[in-house]
Design a binder for this molecule. Sequence first.
Ligand SMILES: C[S@@+](CC[C@H](N)C(=O)[O-])C[C@H]1O[C@@H](n2cnc3c(N)ncnc32)[C@H](O)[C@@H]1O
Length: 297
Amino acid sequence: MFRHRRAVIYEPTESAGQAALGLPRFQWGEAQAMETSRQERHHEWRDQWEMFRDEAGFLFQDWILPATLDSFANKEVLECGCGGGHHTRIMAGVAARVTAVDLNTAELARGRMTDFANVEFVDADLTTMELGRQFDVVVCIGVIHHTDNPDRVFEVLLRHCRPGGLIVVWTYSAEGNALVRFGVEPLRKLLFRRLSRSKLAGVSRVVTAMLYPVVHTVYRVPFLKFLPYFEYFANFRRLTFERNVLNVFDKLNAPQTHFTSLATARRWMSSDRLDQGSVSIRPYVGVSYSLVGRLKP
Ligand SMILES: C[S@@+](CC[C@H](N)C(=O)[O-])C[C@H]1O[C@@H](n2cnc3c(N)ncnc32)[C@H](O)[C@@H]1O
């Protein structure tokens, strides 16, 4: 499906403001008729990653399986949606170079990564981005479902991966997420969107604290594993209180979420640009999918 779209040309341009920040700014070129407008910036993401820091190590390694940290060793890596730069740091420790893109937090993450010389931050919109080069590994963790157009972003990821390169995507699943989709999301739109981010952080702390007694009792009983989020809450028991607050805050704060159905995941990964023998679509703790595959040489 990706092959038959109208060809669109993007031109990297750098605005005065971005140049002052030292951030390359890539904008949608006007050389051909626009297929779409660019995604608007969402201050919520900047607020989130200013207020919270992710410290968990094992989640990233779980999400990228069957890829491993070795998959990044000495590679040119493109990270699509770097947030506060937590995964950027993990990958930069082994990769030759990491190019980390975000529409809202590139500057913030850059300020946190001054101790790494092999990282470049790019302020760009994944729905329209054209960096004009391809990478050995393209990784997109917890981001594609928060964009205006996940289909188009997947296409952009493919386009930035070199022949024989690796694509790693982790996304929320539509399956297994009924409570968040039909319970939390309407509440977020009705109520939480209007709260200040510091009040929302307070609400997130209270909700997290209320979850502890349930998660440490009922959700430990093996024969109750039919309960929603049973596998998910096993991770809740492994994470610190503050990291669990971040998880709750993330759900209440995200300005938009398009949960990825298994059918969509299969459609993306059935692209004829991917080596179908390498493709892995793996449910993770019942609420997400890890999508990993290699492009044809
Ligand atoms: C939940 S955070 C995940 C950040 C990071 N990957 C992580 O797992 O810690 C989602 C990030 O996607 C970024 N984002 C959303 N839409 C984007 C877009 N169209 N282009 C670039 N970044 C985008 C947000 O700014 C935010 O930092």
